[in-house]
Ligand binder design. Structure first.
Ligand SMILES: [Zn+2]
Ligand SMILES: [Zn+2]
Length: 260
C-alpha cells in the first residue's frame, strides 16, 4: 500500500510565515533615513524626509499625512522616527517644548504653557547657591526662589514693587523674584545671627549663578546643610511648594527692610 510515509509535507505548512517585510523595512528606514523633525506644539510635528517631502504628524493620535499612513493605515516610518527622537531626548514629547537656557546655550524641555525665563539644571537656583548681582557684582547667597513676579512683590520701605526699584528697572517685570542674603551678614563669631539676616529680593534675571570656589564655600555650605537638615530628601515638587510658602514670610520681612 502506498501510504503517507512518502507523502511530502505541504510546502506551505512547513514554512513559517515570513515576518511582515514592510514592518521590518519601516523600522529600519525610520531609524536610518535622514529626516528632520520640527515640533509645532499641540503634539504636532512637521517631518521632512530625505527625499524632500514634508508631512505633518500628530503623535497623540498617531496619525501622519504621508501616503503610507493615509492609504495603508500603517504606523509609518515618520511616526516611528519621531517616537525614537522623543525617546532619545532630541525632540520634546507632546505637551513640552524646547527652549534655550537664559544663561547658556543649552536646550531644555519645558511645559508648553510654562512662563519663562528658563534655566538648565546647571543654572537653576536653589537655596544655598551662590549668585552674582549683575548690577553691583556683589556675591550673595540664595535663600528663597519664589514664583511670584517682580512686579507683584512690594518693597514697603521703598514704596514700590521689586520690578520698579532702582536698577531693577533694567530687568523684565514678569520674572520671578529671588531672596538672597549677603554672606558677610550671616555669620557672626558665635554663629549665625538670625536678626542680622536681611533678605534682599531681586528679579531672577539680575542674579547669575556662580560656582563657589573652595575657600568661599563655608557660609554657603553651612546654610545649605541647615536647609537640607530641615527634612528628609524630598521631590522637587514638594521642595518647590515648600519654598513657595516660605518665600511669603521672607518677602514680608524684606518689605520691612530697605533694599541696598
Ligand atoms: Zn508618515
Ligand atoms: Zn544654562
Amino acid at each position: 500500500m502506498t501510504h503517507s510515509l512518502n507523502t511530502p509535507a505541504s510546502p506551505k505548512a512547513s514554512l513559517s510565515l515570513p515576518a511582515d517585510r514592510n514592518l521590518d523595512d519601516r523600522s529600519r528606514r525610520a531609524r536610518l533615513e535622514p529626516m528632520s523633525v520640527l515640533p509645532l506644539g499641540d503634539s504636532l510635528y512637521e517631518i521632512e524626509s530625505g527625499a524632500g517631502h514634508t508631512y505633518l504628524v500628530d503623535m497623540d493620535a498617531a496619525r501622519c499625512t504621508c501616503p503610507d499612513h493615509v492609504f495603508r493605515d500603517a504606523r509609518c516610518k515618520h511616526i516611528r522616527r519621531i517616537a525614537i527622537e522623543i525617546t532619545e531626548g532630541r525632540v520634546p514629547p507632546p505637551g513640552r517644548r524646547a527652549v534655550v537656557c537664559h544663561d547658556c546655550e543649552r536646550s531644555v524641555f519645558v511645559d508648553e504653557d510654562a512662563p519663562g525665563p528658563f534655566y538648565c539644571e546647571d543654572h537653576t537656583l536653589y537655596p544655598g547657591d551662590a549668585v552674582l548681582d549683575r548690577e553691583t557684582e556683589d556675591r550673595l547667597t540664595v535663600v528663597d526662589v519664589s514664583d511670584r513676579r517682580a512686579d507683584s512683590v512690594r518693597i514697603q520701605s521703598a514704596g514700590c514693587s521689586v520690578a520698579e526699584y532702582g536698577t531693577n528697572e533694567n530687568y523684565d517685570p514678569d520674572v520671578p523674584v529671588v531672596g538672597a542674603v549677603y554672606p558677610h551678614a550671616r555669620v557672626a563669631r558665635n554663629g549665625v545671627v538670625p536678626d542680622s539676616l536681611k533678605v534682599y529680593v531681586f528679579p531672577r534675571t539680575r542674579l547669575q549663578k556662580v560656582s563657589v570656589s573652595s575657600d568661599e564655600t563655608f557660609a554657603a555650605s553651612r546654610f545649605r546643610s541647615e536647609t537640607e537638615s530641615e527634612s528628609e530628601p524630598e521631590s522637587q515638587t514638594r521642595s518647590r511648594s515648600r519654598s513657595r510658602s516660605r518665600s511669603r514670610s521672607r518677602t514680608e520681612r524684606t518689605e520691612r527692610s530697605a533694599q541696598s
